[in-house]
Every structure is written in structure tokens, then in C-alpha cells.
Design a binder for this molecule. Structure first.
Ligand code: ADP
Length: 638
């Protein structure tokens, strides 16, 4: 039969052995899995090694003093007991130190210094305890002469103070930690302090504090110090850092694009506008043919700039569809207009087939749909040297929706089977041997694909290398007016005749407008473009000049350039609206700007502009906007 006291002694020893093994494993892990922050790793390892010592002394204390398993001279239990207490104090002191380094707290702070002094004092105190075998105050007999107050101070209060200090550091600096680190640090405190408190206040006589300490630091290790966790945190910090860098680079790219687009569009405005004047006014066929070339090159340049801008908007996730009711016939009209001109310049037969039953009134982003179809058709013309380009549009209808099916077939150079998956990639141009002379950026199909994705549409391609390709696009649209589009060809032919020669769409001799732009060339372009409408036009070269005029003269409409030195368009707009007794408090104001980056239109409208025309200003766009906002009674349609 084993006596009760021996059983308790064995329980103490086995608990301590379990804690020891547990801690040994942790030390082993710390030694093998070194992480980046070597000094922290070393401190944590030292902490764990001190725990090992603490366990050994506690075990000896248990063997010689508490459970007196062996008969030894009394000085031995006195020493082991005091050393065990000392190692407890040192351990908690070191934990406080470790917590300070964890949060980069200055070791020279007053509290930190006090902690060191307290540690020194504890050592002296314990040494004196051994030397003088302090008498007990309550008179209870004990094998080691140790008063309860002394036991309370050295075996409990000082340790609790250090642990409390560390806990306060964690509470104060816990915000620096992420959720997981904070939670595990908190749990490790609760475990360690909880177990030590139970042991301090409960007289079961069973030693639990090292089990608590080991469990606590183990939880802490898993949550904060394990090397893979450190790696994860480091990787996440690096990722965050790279994301910040990438975002800022992306912002600079957008800013750069916005300003470049402005810089390029402004002179292009003058080139295209002046060229339009030459086309209108010249009767010399050679000059006209030169001017046509300038027109085509100018438009080409513009479409490249637009493609790059669109693409960067898509990349930045800033491109948004602007959905509104529109007429399908108008889109088809524009598309066929643009493409038949391109096709005729290459002597390619352009055939179109429009399903007469398609509903005309649809809801969607008209501009983007036009862009997608024009892209595919332009490619067909670009990559076909002889033969034909066929355009057909049909649809699958349900009562409220129609899925437009656009098919573009060409007899061009075709695409190799292995190149087919590549053509929708960005900056991807294939078969460069054949296409060396064909201009392109490799962005058209990437943009088309992204736009169709945004519209829940789809694009498919079939091609036979050397004989031609067929692109099929599907775009679901809502129907707003189920009126069949009818015989499209007739309408188109009539339009085509009218479109051959410029003819003003309206005249408004009684209308009076103001144009504000700091570049004299742009003022000339707009005045000349509007010459045939007979509108009376004042011009102002600066905001100041505009403000003087608007104070006195009531205009029917104001065209305002946005980017001007000193006062920009928006500032002038606000000042005009606030002019005391001003003559133009409510006059429609149209913003003219070369800023075509995403959100520009919305921004100008929220500033208070009535509408927006993007530069380079085209004659027809100008007339369209003016006929909409000029007083109806002053506009005489032709
Ligand atoms: P690009 O500006 O080069 O035309 P796209 O993105 O529009 O760029 O097209 C990508 C590539 O796909 C083109 O470079 C061309 O090789 C090929 N491609 C597109 N459409 C056709 C077509 N109709 N026939 C032959 N090849 C085509």
C-alpha cells in the first residue's frame, strides 16, 4: 500500500515531469524552427529554458520539503525551497522583460528599472531567508522556518506583480497585434494567471503553477512566436506593402494617362477641327484628298488614345456601364456608316443584313455596344485584303429581353488555330509575319471581351487560316419599345446620301452664345465649326474675361473649357452662378474638356455643368448638344 503522502508526492512529480517534457518539446521547436527575428526567438527560448529550471527546482522542493520523500539535512529543503521561489520570481521578471521587447518598450523606462530593482531585492530577500531562517508569525510548525507573509510575498505577490505588469503591457499595446495574436496572448495570460491564482488561494497543496506557465507559453508560442505564423505575418505585411506600392503606382499611371490624354487631345482638337474646316470649305480636290488623310490619321490616333484609356480604366476596375434607353437603329446606322467608309477605301465588298423584326427601343450602354461592334467590324476590314466583310444582326426575343446576335464574317487572312486562344489577351497580336503592315495595339479584342463580360454577353470566333474568320457576339438587352426596326437598308441609303456632304443640322440666327477657352486656336475651331448655324458667338480667353461678359450679356448657352490657367472651368461656372444681378445665373453651361478618364463626365455634371463635350470637338457633336440646350424657339431645323 502506498501512503497518501507518497501518492501526493508522486502526483507532484508526475505533473512536473509532464510540464518538463512539454517545455522541452517547445525548446526543441524553438531551436529547430528559427524565425526571422532572431533576438525575439532567442528571448523566447531563454524564457522556455528558465521554465525548465523552474520545474526542476519545484520538483526538488516537492521531494525534499513538501513531501519529504528522503531524509536529508534541513538546509537542503531550505535551499531548494528558496531557489524554487527565486526561479519563479526570475521567470516572471524575465517574462515582463520579454513582453517589453515584444512591444519595443524602452528598458530604461522608470517601471522597467523598478522591475530590475525589485528582482535584485527579491534575490537579497531570499538569500536572507536562507541565512536567517525567518521566524514564522503565526506559530504553525513547519519544517522550513518560513512565515506565511514571507511565503506570500516571495511565492506569490512578486510573481503576480510581474505577470500583472506584462498583462498591462498587452492591454496597452494590444492594438498593435492582429486578432489572432491578441486572442492567443490573452488566452495564455488567462491560463497562466488563472492556474497560479488557483494555486495561491487554494490549499489543496498540489503544485500547478508550472503546468500553468508551460501551457501559457505554449499557447503564446502557437499564437505569436511560431515561425510559420511569423512568416505568414511577414508575408502579409510584405503583401500589404506591395499593394500600397502598386496602388500608388497605379494612381500615378492613371494621373499620367489623364494628363497625357489631355495633352494629346488638346492639340488634336485643333488638328481635327481645322481639318474639318478645310474639308468643308475647300473645293480643290487635291487639298480635299490630303485633308481626308489627315482626318483618317487624326481619328486613328484618337481611337488609339481612347483604347489605351479604356483599357487602363478596365484594369483599374473603374469602367462602368452607363445604361439608358436607346434606339438600336441609330447604333446600326453609325456602325454601318463607319465601316462602309473604311471598307470602300480598301475596295472590299461590305454587306449588311439587319433582321427587320428586331425591336428598336432597347435599354443598355449604347456607346459601348457601338464600340464592341465597330471593333469587330474594323478588325474584319483591317485583316481582309480582298473579298468581302459581312455584317449580320439578328436576335432571340423573349417578351422583355432580346439577345442580340451579331455575326461578322470576312474573307481575310484568318487566324491559325493555335493563335485563337491568344487573341483576346491584352497587347496580344498574332501572326505578325502577315500583319506587319497592319496598324494595331493588340488591345481591341481584350477591351471587347471585357466589355462583353460586363454586359453579360459573349464572343466566339471561328477561323480558317488563309480563307477568313467569323466572329459572333451575343449581347442580352432589355426591350423598352417593341417596335420592329423595319427595312434598315432604305433608311441607311437615305442617310448615306445626306451624310456625304456636310450640311448644318439647324440654324439659329437669333441665338447668342459664349465660348470660353484659353487657347485661341480652339476658339477659332468652334467658331468656324458653328459658322453655318449662324449663331452669334462671343469668345473669352480667360475666366476673368468670361465673368465680365456674363455680368452684362444674357447668353442662351455657354461653352466652357475646363482646363484653364488661373481659374478653371468649374471655378468660373460657380462664380457665374453667384454673380449678383448676373445675366447668366441659369444659362445652360456645357463643359468642354480633353479629360476623358473614367468618371470625368459624372464629375463635371455634379460640379453643376449642364452637359459635357469631349475634345476633340466634332462638328456634329457640337450641333447635337446645341440643338438640345438652345431655346427651342430659336432653333430652325433644316
Ligand atoms: P489589333 O489592334 O492588333 O487589331 P485586336 O485585339 O483587335 O488588336 O486583335 C488581336 C489580334 O487578333 C490581331 O493582332 C490579329 O492578329 C487577330 N485578329 C483579330 N481580328 C481578326 C480578323 N478578323 N482576321 C484575322 N485576324 C484577326
Amino acid at each position: 500500500m502506498i501512503s497518501d503522502s507518497i501518492q501526493i508526492a508522486l502526483l507532484h512529480i508526475s505533473l512536473n515531469i509532464a510540464s518538463f517534457i512539454f517545455d522541452l518539446v517547445l525548446c526543441f521547436l524553438l531551436l529547430t524552427l528559427k524565425h526571422e527575428n532572431k533576438s525575439m526567438n532567442r528571448r523566447f527560448l531563454t524564457l522556455s529554458v528558465f521554465v525548465l529550471f523552474g520545474i526542476v527546482f519545484t520538483c526538488l522542493d516537492s521531494i525534499f520539503r513538501r513531501d519529504h520523500l528522503f531524509d536529508v539535512p534541513q538546509i537542503i529543503p531550505v535551499i531548494t525551497n528558496h531557489v524554487a521561489y527565486g526561479s519563479n520570481i526570475f521567470l516572471t521578471f524575465f517574462f515582463a522583460r520579454y513582453s517589453e521587447s515584444f512591444f519595443n518598450v524602452d528598458f530604461k523606462s522608470k517601471l522597467s528599472r523598478f522591475n530590475s530593482i525589485l528582482m535584485g531585492f527579491s534575490v537579497v530577500f531570499l538569500a536572507m531567508g536562507v541565512i536567517f531562517k525567518l521566524p514564522k508569525l503565526d506559530g504553525t510548525p513547519e519544517i522550513v522556518n518560513m512565515a506565511n507573509w514571507y511565503r506570500f510575498v516571495t511565492g506569490f505577490a512578486i510573481e503576480l506583480y510581474y505577470l500583472g505588469y506584462s498583462a498591462a503591457l498587452f492591454v496597452k499595446n494590444g492594438k498593435q497585434l492582429d486578432k489572432r495574436a491578441f486572442r492567443t496572448a490573452l488566452s495564455s495570460f488567462v491560463i497562466t494567471m488563472g492556474i497560479i491564482t488557483i494555486e495561491g488561494f487554494n490549499n489543496t497543496g498540489i503544485y500547478l503553477n508550472y503546468l500553468g506557465a508551460v501551457l501559457g507559453i505554449y499557447v503564446f508560442y502557437v499564437g505569436n512566436e511560431s515561425s510559420d505564423y511569423k512568416y505568414l505575418i511577414k508575408a502579409m505585411q510584405d503583401l500589404e506593402e506591395s499593394k500600397k506600392k502598386a496602388d500608388s503606382a497605379n494612381r500615378s499611371k492613371s494621373d499620367f494617362l489623364a494628363s497625357m490624354s489631355h495633352e494629346i487631345r488638346t492639340p488634336l482638337n485643333a488638328v481635327i477641327g481645322m481639318n474639318e474646316m478645310i474639308l468643308r470649305e475647300s473645293e480643290n480636290p487635291t487639298v480635299i484628298s490630303y485633308a481626308r488623310n489627315v482626318e483618317s490619321a487624326g481619328n486613328n490616333l484618337l481611337s488609339i488614345i481612347n483604347d489605351i484609356l479604356d483599357f487602363s480604366k478596365i484594369e483599374a476596375g473603374k469602367l462602368e456601364l452607363v445604361e439608358a434607353p436607346y434606339k438600336l437603329s441609330s447604333v446600326i446606322n453609325d456602325v454601318i456608316n463607319i465601316i462602309s467608309i473604311k471598307a470602300s477605301s480598301k475596295e472590299i465588298r461590305f454587306e449588311s443584313d439587319v433582321d427587320e423584326n428586331l425591336p428598336d427601343g432597347l435599354f443598355g450602354d449604347e456607346v459601348r455596344i457601338r464600340q464592341v461592334i465597330v471593333n469587330i467590324l474594323s478588325n474584319a476590314v483591317k485583316y481582309t485584303n480582298k473579298g468581302f466583310v459581312k455584317f449580320s444582326i439578328t436576335g432571340k426575343k423573349t417578351p422583355d429581353n432580346v439577345c442580340l446576335i451579331v455575326k461578322v464574317t470576312d474573307s481575310g487572312i484568318g487566324i491559325k488555330e493555335e493563335d485563337l486562344p491568344k487573341i483576346f489577351g491584352k497587347f496580344e497580336r498574332v501572326d505578325l509575319g502577315q500583319n506587319k503592315t497592319v496598324e494595331g495595339t493588340g488591345l481591341g479584342l481584350a477591351i471587347t471581351h471585357s466589355l462583353l463580360e460586363m454586359m453579360n454577353g459573349n464572343i466566339e470566333v471561328e477561323s480558317v487560316y488563309g480563307s477568313g474568320s467569323t466572329f459572333t457576339i451575343m449581347i442580352p438587352q432589355k426591350i423598352t419599345l417593341d417596335e420592329p426596326i423595319g427595312d434598315y437598308r432604305k433608311k441607311f441609303e437615305m442617310n448615306a446620301k445626306e451624310n456625304n456632304v456636310y450640311k448644318e443640322t439647324f440654324t439659329a440666327p437669333d441665338a447668342y452664345i459664349l465660348v470660353v477657352d484659353d487657347m485661341p486656336m480652339n476658339l477659332t475651331v468652334i467658331t468656324r465649326l458653328l459658322a453655318k448655324t449662324k449663331i452669334k458667338i462671343d469668345t473669352a480667353k480667360s475666366g476673368e474675361e468670361a465673368l465680365k461678359l456674363t455680368q452684362e450679356i444674357p447668353y442662351d448657352l455657354i461653352l466652357m473649357d475646363q482646363m484653364m490657367p488661373q481659374m478653371d472651368g468649374s471655378q468660373v461656372l460657380h462664380r457665374i452662378r453667384k454673380q449678383v444681378d448676373g445675366a447668366n445665373i441659369e444659362t445652360p453651361m456645357i463643359c468642354l474638356t480633353a479629360d476623358a478618364i473614367s468618371g470625368a463626365k459624372e464629375r463635371y455634371l455634379t460640379e453643376g455643368f449642364t452637359d459635357y463635350i469631349s475634345k476633340p470637338v466634332k462638328g456634329y457633336a457640337l450641333e447635337e448638344v446645341l440643338s438640345e440646350y438652345l431655346p427651342k424657339e430659336k432653333v430652325i431645323h433644316q
